[in-house]
Structure formats: structure tokens, C-alpha cells
Design a protein around this ligand. Structure first.
Ligand SMILES: *Cc1c(COP(=O)(O)O)cnc(C)c1O
Length: 356
């Protein structure tokens, strides 16, 4: 018997979330972002739920090839572009669209021998200061791209730093408009947060990632409540032991949890080697026997421990939900001081995952 831990990918939830994006940005085409193995869900498992998209955005050439092998004939966008001249052979062969964010990439494309022109997304650094041409240099980069025989369609692209938070997108919209002024071509700006909350940034293509998986761009579940998104992953296990602990006894490594009275502790088959964050503090929410309770004590490699006080009927074999349909991943992430993105991407290879 394998351990009772598994992740389930909800195909219908992915399809629902994509439909929510369609309704939110009805005039835009959608790049469904599936980088990092579809945010930990598995590219092949996520593909059937997302195939009504207009295109897929990702980073790895290998994942792009895998999508073609799954039968996807539509656009695939390399969100960081490419890294070496030999990557361009793969781009050419599999008809990929690529970001160009630097002169190094532009030069590699100019030197490449291609069977047909490559469509690109020319990236502007509108203020985030990771990738792209500054607004001042953008027009020259666009002219250079236009003069390159190996380049086909040019879409103008940028990425937001604060679409989910107080600063907002204004400062970058202003920089983008300035740098792209008078340049024809489609535009692609909006991540999940801008797709939901900044319609003025929708333009021709939106690029949602996290909301397709049913989590919030801001990390706060309340922010997407009412938007109609559903969790695309349920991470669940079982109790493999129950301990009755007397007042004053401690639980787990470092004795970080001390019982204030006699209580029952459940031992869950899930630890940090499965992708559950070791940093999860006492009080991190967890569902046992359908009841929301709390993690106590330190998360170990293969196990974690929970307070069974609110679930008196729980015993060995009782179902435990780490996150998913009954518990937003955002709530777990928030308790851990991180965001749902990090937790879903961290599901470990040893965890069996199935799609339904
Ligand atoms: C990851 C990524 C996205 C999607 O971001 P979300 O916050 O998950 O919606 C969009 N665009 C680019 C360039 C990205 O790297």
C-alpha cells in the first residue's frame, strides 16, 4: 500500500476558472500560464481542463514540446524567451512564440537560420526592473525587431509588479503608454490580478496564471471570493496514528508544542518532503474529519501533527485535507507567511497526483 497521501487535480475547476477569465476579459484572448509544471498541477493533467484557451504561456522548452506532444497546435509563448542560440532551433521546429527582452536575445534571433519567421512579444520594462527594454529604448528595439527578417508578428508586452496591491498599475501603464506611443501591434499586459481588477489593462491578450488554479493573486482568499473561481487541487491524506497527550507533555521535534490539558493529537501522513511547508506555525488551518482544526508542533519530513479537540470522532484512517475544496490554499499560505503559488509549486515528486 502506498502512503495515504495524494493530490487530486479537478479538471472541471480548471475549465470553470478559465471560463471565469473569459467572462472577466471578454474582448481579450487568453494566454493560460502553465509554467512550473502548471503551477505544480502537472502540465499533462492540467491541459484537458484548460484546452479552451487561446494560447499557453510557460518557460521551459521541454514543457513547450510536451504541450505539442499532447496535441496542442495553437500558440505557445515562452515567457522569458530563450537562453542559447540552439534554443531557437526548437522554437522554429515547434512554432513557438517567444518573448524578446534584451539585445542578447535580439542578436541571437538575427543570427539564426529559420524555416519561417518567429512571432515575438517584445517586452518593456515599465518599472518592475526585472526583464525588458526601458520605455526610452523600446521604440528602437521595436524598429530593430521589425527590420529582422526572422521576426514575424510583434506583440507589445509588459508585466505588473503591484496589480494585486495598493500601488496598483498606474505608474506602469503610464510608462507603457509612453514607450509604446505610436507603435502598432497587439498588446499583452495583464496577469491574474490585472485580469480581475484592472480592466483598463486587458487589451488584446491577458496572461492569467494563479486564478486558473483557484487561488488569489494577493494571497488573501477573501479577495477572490465571489469571483467564482474554484480550487483546482485538493491535497489530502489520513491520520496514521492518534496519541493521547497529558497536560504538560510535548509534541514533536524541539518540543515546540506543550499540551495545556489532556488532549488527543492526530498524526498525519504528510511532511515537508511532500511539499507541506516546514515553516507552518502552530495554528495553521487543516481539515480533519470535515472539521477545521489546527496544526500543532513542528512539521517533520514525513508527518505532521494536529489538534483533535474539535474532532472527537477522528481516528486512524480519518481523512485529512491539507488544502483544497474545503480549505483555501490561500489560508494555509497566509498562516505560513507566503502565497498559494509557492505551496502549489512545491508539491513533491513523491506525492501521487491524479486528475478527475
Ligand atoms: C507568471 C506570469 C504570469 C502569470 O502571473 P499570475 O500572477 O499567476 O497570474 C503572467 N505573465 C508573466 C510574464 C509571468 O511570468
Amino acid at each position: 500500500m502506498p502512503r495515504p497521501l495524494s493530490a487530486t487535480i479537478h479538471t472541471a475547476a480548471l475549465a470553470n476558472n478559465l471560463a471565469v477569465v473569459r467572462r472577466s476579459a471578454p474582448k481579450s484572448k487568453i494566454w493560460a500560464v502553465v509554467k512550473a509544471n502548471a503551477y505544480g498541477h502537472g502540465l499533462a493533467r492540467a491541459f484537458p481542463g484548460l484546452r479552451a484557451t487561446d494560447g499557453f504561456g510557460l518557460l521551459d522548452l521541454e514543457e513547450a514540446v510536451k504541450l505539442r506532444e499532447l496535441g496542442w497546435a495553437g500558440p505557445i509563448l515562452l515567457l522569458e524567451g530563450f537562453f542559447r542560440p540552439t534554443d531557437i532551433d526548437v522554437i522554429d521546429r515547434y512554432s513557438l512564440t517567444t518573448v524578446i527582452h534584451s539585445d542578447e536575445q535580439m542578436r541571437m534571433l538575427e543570427m539564426a537560420r529559420l524555416s519561417k519567421p518567429v512571432n515575438i512579444q517584445l517586452k518593456m520594462n515599465s518599472g518592475m526592473n526585472r526583464l525588458g527594454y526601458t520605455p526610452e529604448r523600446f521604440r528602437a528595439a521595436w524598429e530593430r525587431a521589425r527590420a529582422c527578417a526572422g521576426i514575424g508578428q510583434i506583440t507589445l508586452m509588459t508585466h505588473f509588479s503591484d496589480a494585486d496591491s495598493e500601488r496598483g498599475i498606474g505608474y506602469q501603464m503610464e510608462a507603457f503608454e509612453r514607450g509604446a506611443e505610436g507603435i502598432a501591434g497587439a498588446r499583452s499586459l495583464a496577469n491574474s490580478a490585472a485580469t480581475l481588477w484592472h480592466p483598463a489593462a486587458h487589451f488584446d491578450w491577458v496572461r492569467p496564471g494563479i486564478i486558473l488554479y483557484g487561488a488569489s493573486p494577493s494571497g488573501v482568499n477573501a479577495a477572490i471570493e465571489g469571483a467564482g473561481m474554484q480550487p483546482a487541487m485538493t491535497f489530502a491524506s489520513e491520520l496514521i496514528a492518534v496519541q493521547t497527550v497529558a497536560k504538560g507533555q510535548t509534541v514533536g521535534y524541539g518540543s515546540t508544542f506543550k499540551a495545556r490539558e489532556t488532549m488527543r493529537i492526530g498524526v498525519v501522513a504528510c511532511g515537508y518532503a511532500d511539499g507541506y511547508p516546514r515553516i507552518a506555525p502552530e495554528g495553521t488551518p487543516i481539515i480533519v474529519d470535515g472539521v477545521r482544526t489546527r496544526a500543532v508542533g513542528r512539521v517533520s519530513m514525513d508527518m505532521l501533527t494536529v489538534d483533535l479537540t474539535p474532532c472527537p470522532n477522528a481516528n486512524v484512517g480519518t481523512r485529512v485535507e491539507l488544502w483544497g475544496n474545503a480549505l483555501p490554499i490561500d489560508d494555509v499560505a497566509q498562516a505560513c507567511g507566503t502565497i498559494g503559488y509557492e505551496l502549489m509549486c512545491a508539491i513533491a515528486p513523491r506525492v501521487p497526483v491524479r486528475a478527475e
